[in-house]
Design a protein around this ligand. Sequence first.
Ligand code: SIN
Length: 311
Amino acid sequence: MIEVDLSTTIADVTFDGYIMNASGPKCTTFQELEAIGNSQSSAIVTKSCTKEFREGNVEPRYADLPHGSIQSMGLPNLGYQAYIDMIPDLKKFNKPVIVSVSGLSLADNLEMVKAFQNTDADMIEVNFSCPNIQGKPQVAYDFEQTENALKQLRAICDKPMGIKLAPYFDMSHTTAVANIIKQYPVEFITTINSLGNTLVIDPITEAPVIKPKGGFGGLCGEYVKPVGLANVRAFRELLPESTKVIGVGGINTGTDAFEYLLAGADAVQIATTFEQQGTPAFARIETELKQLMQSKGYTKLDDAKGKLKQL
Ligand code: SIN
């Protein structure tokens, strides 16, 4: 059997594989991040942090659904200093460490990004798209705020930096965001975050399945894969090759990952499947992806990356 090389490079940082965890489930505590370090995940991505420790939203704030999940976690995290302190130990796993920051204001993001500059974190992902904080609209849907934030963050950040984007549903929005990124370039984008403010109702209890925000929460998993694929594809076509695209949304099998590869993703992240199946999911999806690529005679990511055929 031919070997398949799934290694990928983003901003001169090499990843041994195509698949990593998403900033989301099971990446908040040191024990959880250690488990990711010991797994086949090609990087360790931390839970989006805020300046201070946060309990997050009230429970129940997560529910499995037949084809994914809905959640309104509310950024439960240890506070950024805890992640700064962990970095030396996380680096021992010899894989890239990506820290995710999600400040409650631009000032918070600037302070945290500055602080992470002086660490050995390999990359910084700034989350512009958490839909679950009451009274805090997603930056990614406000293009003026996005532009201002990116301008100021870019000016202070020398490390490879990316932004985690919300899903867009109109090409004029995708184009507007791509134009801002072209003006203030980032090394990568991560797309998509959950479909924010969806509502799942249990007809037996006659209530929403999660409690925060009256039941409104981010939809994840298989439901959102076509949206994720479309956003990856659109941004890949709009952004220069120097801005890498990390795809997220509904990846549960090697075939799902392969679809993201065809759309143009340089790497992919796993959220709901990791939540539901734990760390073995990384090795399983990687094996499935390799087998699918082998069956097509592909030996490396570039054989298929972005090569979506047209009908
Ligand atoms: C959360 O903690 O509420 C989810 C994070 C996100 O959607 O970015």
